[in-house]
Design a binder for this molecule. Structure first.
Ligand SMILES: [Zn+2]
Length: 391
């Protein structure tokens, strides 16, 4: 528990260090960080102000968008946002400033950052057969946000370590490390318990909104099929026993809680989504892509694949000390498919396996990271629900 004491000393430095009052001046990055960590320390689990959570989430989203780019199409964003908003209304944090962002990559993935930043890839959407599947995946991601799984991950096992020479004076660098950690947590996928929680509460939210709660399981089955014949490592996920277990748990949740919801909305999805899926073997990947994302502690915006090739998280690794290889492992939907934390340890040294499972994650991304602004009026949301017989 060396880690814990390091964290404790970080808190001490932040809260009591002589430089703290100045650095905590309003609006400075240092002030933001102090605030984030102060809240984290006080409650030692989930107490973090919405504003701090937003700041962290915005920074994590920025990293993700720099890496994969954003589909610059207002229409697809509007559609995904409408579905997302219908679900968010039924979540435990309906008032959060939810953002639903479509990433410009063929890779299949979905990533939830703190504060309501839900990302889904073009590749994932292209594989979906109906709106209930989209709702299933978004519902799962929404739960990662409402349950603050990223914050939990940072506080639990991925604590920031701080070197002896680090002080408030270089606090912005520490803030970047915090963003690194959050990004890493988001990209790696969460622990088994968090994934199961997201599955189980996610389908409840989908059903509450009127969607067929089997959407998530249905999409996972599509992913299993996609990975079935691929050489090497993806197959590992497709045939992983945890996938079966997971689908069974989903079915059980639906049965036990008598979840119902009739809306499947196959035609409506295809009205809005015209993407053609790209076979796993045809997905263009970026060498060493994923690792660079969480490792860019310098805070310098990455630019497409170039950023991936160079540094590959040097700063983050040396700061971590413990386990730099972690960031190469399972992720988002693959993690979601394969299940939980066991894989993290199983794959710790398996670089070949790690490369393999990361095909979707290492997929090439688009060049434009700008968020596409979406406005959904109350009337539009009502009409959308009515049209889909949603509640
Ligand atoms: Zn998940």
């Amino acid at each position: 528990m060396r880690r814990m004491s390091l964290v404790a000393s970080l808190f001490t430095m932040l809260l009591l260090g002589p430089a703290a009052p100045a650095a905590r001046a309003a609006g400075t990055p240092a002030g933001q960080l102090g605030s984030v960590l102060k809240h984290a320390q006080q409650a030692h689990d989930l107490e973090i102000s919405d504003a701090d959570e937003q700041k962290l989430g915005a920074a994590v989203s920025e990293r993700i968008r720099q890496r994969y780019g954003v589909v610059q199409d207002p229409a697809i964003h509007k559609y995904v946002t409408l579905v997302g908003d219908v679900l968010a209304e039924k979540s435990e944090r309906p008032k959060l400033a939810w953002k639903f962002i479509v990433l410009d990559t063929d890779g299949v993935n979905a990533l939830a950052a703190p504060g309501g930043y839900v990302h889904i890839t073009r590749g994932a959407i292209s594989l979906m057969q109906n709106e209930a599947e989209l709702a299933g995946v978004l519902g799962h991601e929404i739960i990662h946000v409402t349950e603050k799984h990223t914050i939990r991950a940072i506080q639990k096992g991925k604590a920031i370590q701080i070197g002896a020479n680090e002080t408030m004076a270089n606090n912005p660098a520490i803030f970047n490390k915090l963003v690194d950690k959050a990004t890493e947590a988001v990209m790696d996928g969460f622990g088994r318990n968090e994934e199961l929680e997201a599955d189980q509460k996610g389908v409840v939210v989908a059903a509450k909104a009127g969607y067929d709660p089997k959407g998530l399981g249905s999409f996972l089955a599509t992913l299993a099929e996609r990975n079935k014949n691929s050489s090497g490592k993806q197959g590992l996920f497709a045939s992983h026993p945890e996938m079966d277990e997971r689908l069974k748990k989903l079915d059980k949740t639906i049965a036990d809680q008598k979840l119902t919801g009739a809306a499947v909305l196959e035609a409506r999805l295809h009205e809005h989504v015209t993407y053609k899926p790209v076979a796993l073997t045809s997905v263009t990947t970026v060498e060493k892509g994923a690792a660079g994302l969480a490792g860019d502690s310098g805070g310098k915006p990455e630019e497409g694949k170039k950023a991936e090739q160079g540094k590959e998280g040097e700063q983050s690794k040396s700061a971590d000390g413990t386990d730099g290889s972690k960031k190469k492992r399972g992720f988002g939907l693959s993690k979601l498919m394969g299940g939980g934390g066991e894989q993290k340890s199983a794959e710790t040294t398996g670089s070949a396996a790690a490369r393999g499972v990361d095909t979707e994650r290492n997929a090439k991304g688009g060049a434009n990271p700008a968020i596409v602004p979406v406005t959904v009026t109350a009337a539009e949301l009502t009409a959308f629900k009515k049209d889909g017989k949603l509640s």
